[in-house]
Design a binder for this molecule. Structure first.
Ligand code: IMP
Length: 420
């Protein structure tokens, strides 16, 4: 069975952990979009692994891990991630493959990301993700396959640098980049990553024919999707399920199940509207209890109540079959728990996600209030053992969202996830 795991909120939902949980029954784990802006955390026997580009399946030795064509690759980040994992005794060899059609991030992408942030703040991770995807769409991007062809690489890089250096100088008043320096540096990277580079589209097609179990690992979340998210406060790729087909070459007919991952509350990093965002006191409480700091940038995450309007929209856009709810234990000490079921804006009530950001910024969230369960859930290993109020909370979310909650996680360790 081929399963997609997709974020139902603004990223950081705990997808890494759910992927790790599901990977044991898969043959192949595939990343389809995003880049090293992602930070998927998996904790095994108290040891923490944060994966940025390498699929989370790498932590299971017998799984093939594929970085698809829809992912943007910063080769230096990929190489240091591989080295870091190897140091932690993770086996990486022919079990990792990188699409030859994936686009490559260059230092000018990172610098432009940083400079654009100073003018129009989105709160990006500064990894050059947006500028790299912009070049891909403008048809001036450099793909992994180009990097391996010295002449083609030199030609494309020269042309790009001519343009980028002019922009850097004339628009931003910055010094440009030297061709020689980038060329030499990236030729070295090319040598190091060459062994992983494959025609992954074909490999996946063969795997589908052989009825292998493929797990697609979404990065970021639906509300950060370039088309469906809170634009322009989004990432530059299709984080929702559509990205699976364009980012791997798999047919929609070969996707069998779509699992959404949502936290039992909401978080977001960076700028943009957040209707259920907490005031200072609750914010601090959640940040501490939920360790809500970015896995990639270390930035404190903004926290708020669960927003049904947003997640219902994610359920719809992705056609989610099931939902995994993570970090339920973070709510353990809350005497009262709220669920946002709509927004009131200028006398009108909105139950569906509005494209107009003003409604999200200025609308008043309409809350359902639930009594908290006020007990420790972190050692619970089955739904039936959860406190009645925690069961009630999950059942109510399921009812409001119109989708079954099938997985629940109550802590960062592997054994703190259970199936309903
Ligand atoms: P970018 O992807 O670096 O361009 O950042 C665009 C927006 O997406 C910013 O608000 C980031 O904080 C957010 N973002 C990107 N990747 C992640 C992630 O993995 N988790 C949460 N937010 C992310």
């Amino acid at each position: 069975m081929n399963i997609v795991v997709v974020g139902a909120q603004w990223g950081d939902e705990g997808k890494g952990k759910i992927i790790d949980f599901l990977a044991k029954d898969s043959d192949i784990v595939v990343r389809y979009q995003g880049g090293n802006n992602a930070g998927h955390t998996v904790v095994i026997d108290k040891e923490e692994f944060v994966l940025h580009l390498v699929p989370s399946g790498i932590l299971h030795r017998d799984k093939l891990c594929i970085i698809g064509n829809g992912v943007v690759i910063d080769p230096s980040a990929l190489i240091s991630e591989i080295e870091g994992l190897k140091k932690k005794k993770i086996y990486i060899d022919t079990n990792l493959m990188l699409s030859e059609q994936a686009h490559v991030i260059f230092p000018y992408h990172r610098l432009l990301d940083e400079l654009r942030e100073k003018r129009r703040k989105i709160g990006t991770t500064g990894r050059g993700i947006g500028p790299c995807y912009a070049d891909k769409i403008a048809r001036v991007g450099i793909r992994v396959v180009d990097l391996l062809e010295e002449e083609i690489f030199a030609q494309k890089l020269k042309l790009n640098l001519e343009e980028k250096n002019k922009i850097l100088k004339n628009v931003y008043g910055c010094k440009g980049f030297s061709f020689e320096k980038i060329f030499t540096e990236y030729r070295e990277y090319a040598k190091k990553i060459k062994k992983y580079v494959k025609n992954t589209t074909l490999i996946l097609k063969e795997a589908v024919k052989k009825k292998k179990n493929i797990l697609f690992e979404g990065a970021q979340g639906t509300l950060l999707d370039i088309d469906f998210g809170t634009y322009p406060y989004v990432t530059a790729s299709n984080a929702s399920v559509g990205g699976v087909c364009t980012g791997t070459g798999i047919s929609p007919k070969d996707i069998h199940k779509i699992i959404g991952v949502a936290k039992a509350y909401t978080t977001r990093v960076g700028e943009g509207p957040f209707p259920t965002e907490f005031a200072v006191d609750l914010m601090e409480k959640f940040r501490l209890r939920g360790k809500e700091y970015g896995a990639t940038t270390g930035r404190p995450r903004r926290c708020g109540w669960f927003d049904v309007v947003l997640v219902k929209y994610s359920v719809m856009v992705n056609g989610m079959d099931e939902l995994a709810i993570t970090k339920l234990d973070v709510l353990d000490e809350m005497p009262e728990i709220k669920i946002c079921v709509g927004y009131e804006y200028k006398g009108k009530v909105y139950h569906h996600f509005p494209a107009n950001l003003r409604i999200l910024y200025e609308g008043r969230p309409i809350y359902e209030k639930h009594k908290g369960w006020l007990s420790d859930t972190s050692r619970i290993t089955s739904f039936k053992d959860l406190p009645e109020r925690a069961k009630g909370y999950l059942n109510r979310l399921s009812e409001l969202l119109g989708v079954k909650v099938r997985l629940v996680s109550v802590g960062s360790e592997r054994n703190q996830t259970f199936i309903l």
